[in-house]
Ligand binder design. Structure first.
Ligand code: ADP
Ligand code: MG
Length: 319
């Protein structure tokens, strides 16, 4: 196996911006703006568990960083820098080239330079650990505990596509090539709404990213904020490429499908104009899907006003 230092030098040591100390010393160094707090988060991706062995390495590099950037977005934080820990059973230069390209392309786009990490040999599969660091104005981070009764509930982007794509790829839904082609990018190359999220700090109350499914994730806000929510299913932004999929599968994907990496957030109705303006400025799709109420659960209603789902569980095929 090529030396650790050879691999780092070859694939993971692009220079950091001039005001930072990047790869090559014992620690990276950078500053947080005065009046801001450091927001940091880490996610592990394990071969066979979070991705398949034959996953496209460029898409994997992208997604490894994207899922972490999504956590920064969910706090209303702007990216500062990231770290990459990677453990490899063998050195596959084609794989590493594609992986690092996917990673750096998103890092450049998001303004989140790779400033350090660790590279080791693995006895089993590939393990990827990314840590992101961001900054958010002190006291403005979007915490899960900050939803208030009467808040609007919003989501960014669209819902349902990653789950439908995954089911088709796993053979749990009949494959339709046109639908799969439309849905697969949102599974493999999620684009968290970073610019919009940064502007949301100080405007919205609570937020999180929809990594485990809308109802389950919103459930975390409801639990921490001690409230309930009423949601309108017909208002929900179903991914337009899913037309033709069984409506029950779409509903399950919209309400409970994970891997979305968009935001669910709550805000006072008085903030609607500010939120719409921010969405236009940042070219972000946003949709108001319901209201925070007294209670402890999310309740979902159909166009006739009938309750179609309550709580965060209830879909057999997700249990
Ligand atoms: P140390 O001995 O201090 O752990 P290493 O030899 O592991 O340092 O790493 C040397 C330098 O390369 C450090 O700056 C480290 O942050 C960086 N580095 C190691 N692996 C990676 C990686 N996968 N991505 C980015 N930087 C890395
Ligand atoms: Mg090390």
């Amino acid at each position: 196996m090529e030396s650790e230092f050879g691999l780092i030098g070859r694939y993971f040591s692009r220079p950091a911006p001039a005001d930072m100390l990047g790869v090559g010393d014992d620690c990276a160094l950078f500053s947080v703006k005065p009046g801001f707090q450091l927001a940091t988060s880490t996610d592990l991706l394990i071969e066979g568990r979070h991705f398949l062995s034959d996953a496209d390495p460029q898409a994997l590099g992208h997604k490894a960083l994207a899922v972490n950037l999504s956590d920064l977005a969910a706090m209303g934080a702007s990216p500062l820098a990231c770290l990459l820990g990677i453990s490899l059973p063998v050195v596959d230069h084609k794989w590493l080239t594609a992986f690092s390209e996917g990673f750096y392309d998103l890092a450049d786009k998001a303004g989140c330079p790779l400033v350090g990490g660790d590279t080791t040999r693995s006895n089993t599969g590939i393990v990827i650990s990314v840590t992101v660091m961001g900054q958010v104005r002190a006291e403005q981070a979007l915490r899960r505990s900050a939803a208030q009764i009467g808040d609007d509930v919003w989501v960014t982007g669209t819902l349902g596509a990653p789950d439908i794509a995954l089911r088709m790829l796993q053979g749990r839904l009949p494959v339709d090539q046109v639908i799969l082609a439309a849905a697969q990018p949102s599974l493999e190359r999620p684009e968290p709404p970073l610019a919009f999220a940064a502007g949301l700090a100080g405007v919205a109350n609570a937020a999180l990213d929809i990594s485990d499914g809308l109802l389950q994730d919103l459930g975390h806000i409801l639990q921490s904020s001690h409230c309930g929510a009423q949601l309108q299913y017909p208002a929900m932004p179903v991914h337009p490429g899913l037309k033709g999929v069984d409506p029950a599968a779409i509903q399950a994907a919209v309400l409970a499908g994970g891997d979305v990496y968009q935001l669910c957030f709550t805000a006072l109705p008085g903030r609607r104009e500010a939120i719409q303006a921010l969405a236009s400025q940042t070219a972000t799709q946003i949709t108001r899907i319901g209201t925070i109420v007294q209670g402890s659960d999310a309740q979902v209603f159909n166009a006739q006003g009938a309750l179609i789902q309550s709580g965060s569980a209830g879909f057999d095929h997700f249990s």
